[in-house]
Design a protein. Structure first.
Lengths: 295, 408
């Protein structure tokens, strides 16, 4: 059998694919962070919490409204987006003129409060959510049996990520956004309602996290800690990709998922640290990140 | 600006631990500082907080209330803290409790890393740890000391119960999925030894980080190994997510999972459809008999969930500690331990219980099987008792001890 670095090709390919699945989550989450940071200059530490809220949103809509996965995929991000609007309008907007640290502390505090509330209410063992009927079963790819649901996660996240990239980089709306990022006062002078754009951007960013949460809910146990478990890695992804770079965060997310997946085969003990080792190297060699520009 | 941002990110990664208030009390009689303080050191917010956490604090308080709230005329108090599954945090808290807050005994101490670190502090300060929550056999072997009692269970007992039963049923090739810290390693090696001793073979293992986000990659490696049994040498949320991913990837079709440390809270969270048929070893099941049901229903009224082995163990440990103080006439740790070795400690939790010379509490353990959905008649009706493992056989024999003091 063909071998790569001492492991069978089949195993190698299947681990690559699994890495891509995890990378999809990193990509969606780091994209949201990048968009928010780009326009608001806020390091959204509550991002993991919104991911958790998204997953709980899916569970709650099933439990209390009896609505299935496909509804949850729309309702949950919308609801979380509204929460985002409220937070932006009532709290975050007072902090834009201050140092990053204030925004970080506020969102970190919010994260602790929301997480604590859910832990109090639901405990940490978590809730279970079934894979929707249409995506049950698995496909034999020759080198591995891939559950259909995991394939759907990759497709859905790629579509969402690249549509976001397209809107921001290639449309007029995106041009306004980018102009707002560059110089808010001047953009406002041209008649663009910048404050509203900022609010909606934040709502969109957190809705993206919630969307990732709904996608994750059939795969892992829905649990109040799921956000804080993943968010530190996502921050590392953003630092590696370069803060504020849209395409950078998508590609880095996918790439690091794959690298992490391969580490799980070669030296599993290091799989939770490999991302941070890469982060340290990138910071030394290219402090602005792989795709970032030094301001 | 970039630099500021990075330092901001780093700053955000640190959270402040809550600091309890110190209290001074006048001395009275044979009780040091005039108060008996029991510290419940547990995982309050992390992946093990459903197994111990607030439930352990409630259980300790129930024991204090049932005992009458005073011993030898001194007041008994319960304090609690979160060790955040961090050995250093736990050790610092233990040191502060013993040095400055008159804590006499610490219990629960879920997490073997924390258990080993705090055990050393107790030995240094001549205080007592009644470890209910941690599983590693190192507590009574390599890291043994006269001030640590290992109370409820250990990896040997789990391995011995579940491992032996599965090999006897024909599951003779094993692959381990192991949590990469003291507890996981200990559970893996103890189970491996049982498997080999009963004629089975261990074909490989993969070590995953604690709190891993995704298990599919590790499970695929288990699948490639072609072992009949995939042994889950992990606990809590890690076990739950392993079982879920194993179902998703169809691994359970050709291979069987052996949950080596599965708590009733895990089964509750997974649901019987996912967990059914699994064999597991437990030290306590709420629905085993009237005695257990009676206590468990009182616990349920307070916590709205049935107690785990750890909750029941914390109650029993606290109760026996207070009884031993009363009988010994002092709260001096050495005297209390000596007293506990002499007296009858059996209660609803400790059936045929005895505190052995090496500070290992031995008692009957139980081999359980998770019921099918159709067999479960009422909430929390989850287990069928397959076998009772007598106290004398359940734990590592004293002759095999690796504790320097008892090494043969």
């Amino acid at each position: 059998m063909t071998e790569i670095f001492g492991i069978p090709l089949q195993a190698f390919l299947s681990q690559l694919l699994l890495g891509l699945v995890n990378g999809s989550f990193y990509a969606m989450l780091s994209l949201g962070l990048a968009v928010i940071f780009g326009l608001l200059n806020v390091v959204n530490f509550a991002h993991g919490t919104f991911y958790m809220l998204g997953a709980f949103g899916a569970w709650l809509t099933l439990q209390y409204l009896g609505l299935n996965y496909w509804f949850a995929l729309v309702i949950s991000p919308l609801a979380v987006g509204i929460v985002g609007i409220i937070i932006e309008k009532t709290m975050l907007r007072w902090l834009y003129k201050l140092d990053h640290l204030y925004g970080l502390l506020l969102t970190f505090g919010l994260a602790l409060i929301l997480e604590g509330m859910f832990r109090q209410q639901f405990g940490v063992s978590g809730q279970q959510y079934q894979v929707p009927d249409a995506l049950r079963g698995a496909t034999n790819l020759g080198f591995m049996i891939l559950p259909n649901y995991r394939a759907w996660v990759v497709v859905a996240s790629l579509v969402v990520c690249f549509s976001t990239w397209y809107v921001i980089e290639r449309t007029k709306l995106g041009a306004y956004l980018r102009a707002g990022t560059e110089n808010a006062a001047l953009t406002q002078a041209f008649g663009v309602n910048v404050p509203r754009m900022v609010t909606l951007t934040y709502a969109f960013g957190v809705a993206l996290a919630a969307f990732a949460g709904v996608l994750a809910s059939p795969i892992i146990q829905i649990n109040p800690l799921m956000g804080s478990n993943i968010i530190i890695v996502v921050f590392a992804v953003v630092v590696i990709g370069g803060m504020g770079s849209i395409l950078g965060s998508i590609l880095t997310g996918l790439g690091l998922g794959v690298i992490e997946g391969l580490t799980k085969v070669f030296y599993p003990e290091a799989s939770s640290t490999v991302v941070f080792v890469i982060m340290a190297i990138v910071l030394l060699v290219r402090p602005a990140g792989l795709f970032g520009k030094e301001k | 600006m970039k630099r500021k941002l990075i330092s901001a990110l780093v700053a955000g990664a640190f959270a402040l631990a809550p600091v309890a208030m110190a209290q001074q009390k006048p001395a009275a009689g044979k009780i040091s500082d005039g108060v008996v303080k029991i510290g419940v050191l547990t995982d309050m917010s992390g992946l093990y907080s459903d197994l111990g956490g607030q439930g352990s604090v409630v259980a300790a308080q129930m024991a204090v209330d049932d005992f009458g709230k005073t011993v030898l005329g001194a007041k008994v108090e319960v304090v609690s803290a979160d060790h955040q599954n961090n050995a250093e945090t736990g050790a610092n808290r233990a040191r502060e409790w013993f040095d400055r807050q008159q804590v006499d005994m610490i219990t629960d101490v879920l997490n073997s890393g924390v258990g080993i670190a705090t055990g050393k502090i107790a030995a240094e300060k001549k205080k007592l740890i009644m470890n209910v929550g941690a599983a590693s056999t190192r507590l009574t072997n390599e890291d043994c000391n006269p001030n640590t009692i290992h109370y409820a269970y250990d990896t040997y007992a789990l391995a011995n119960g579940t491992g032996k039963a599965i090999v006897k049923q024909g599951g003779d090739t094993w692959f381990f999925l192991t949590a990469d810290y003291a507890f996981g390693h200990s559970l893996e090696s103890d189970t491996g030894n049982v498997v080999k001793a009963n004629g089975g073979k261990v074909v490989g293992q993969v070590r995953h980080p604690l709190n891993a986000a995704d298990f599919s990659s590790f499970l695929l490696q288990a699948q490639t190994s072609k072992a009949k049994i995939v042994g889950l040498a992990n606990a809590g949320g890690d076990t739950i997510n392993s079982i879920k991913a194993a179902n998703e990837f169809g691994i359970t079709k050709n291979q069987s999972l052996a949950g080596l440390l599965v708590f009733i809270t895990d089964v509750h969270s997974l649901g019987l459809n996912t967990a059914q048929g699994m064999l597991l070893t437990d030290g306590f099941y709420w629905d085993m008999d009237d005695q257990n049901r009676k206590w468990s229903k009182r616990f349920f009224d307070k916590m709205k969930k049935m107690p785990s082995m750890i909750h029941a163990g914390v109650y029993s440990a606290t109760m026996n500690y207070l009884k031993a103080i009363k009988a010994a006439g002092t709260d001096d740790a050495a005297a209390v331990v000596a007293q506990m070795k002499k007296m009858d400690v059996s209660d609803f939790f400790l059936r045929n219980g005895k505190l052995r010379e090496d500070n290992r509490m031995i008692h009957d353990m139980y081999l359980m099987q998770v019921k099918k959905q159709s067999e479960s008649k009422y909430p929390w009706d989850y287990y069928t008792l397959k076998a009772t493992i007598p106290a004398a056989e359940a734990f590592q024999p004293l002759a095999a001890s690796r504790c320097p003091q008892f090494k043969k």
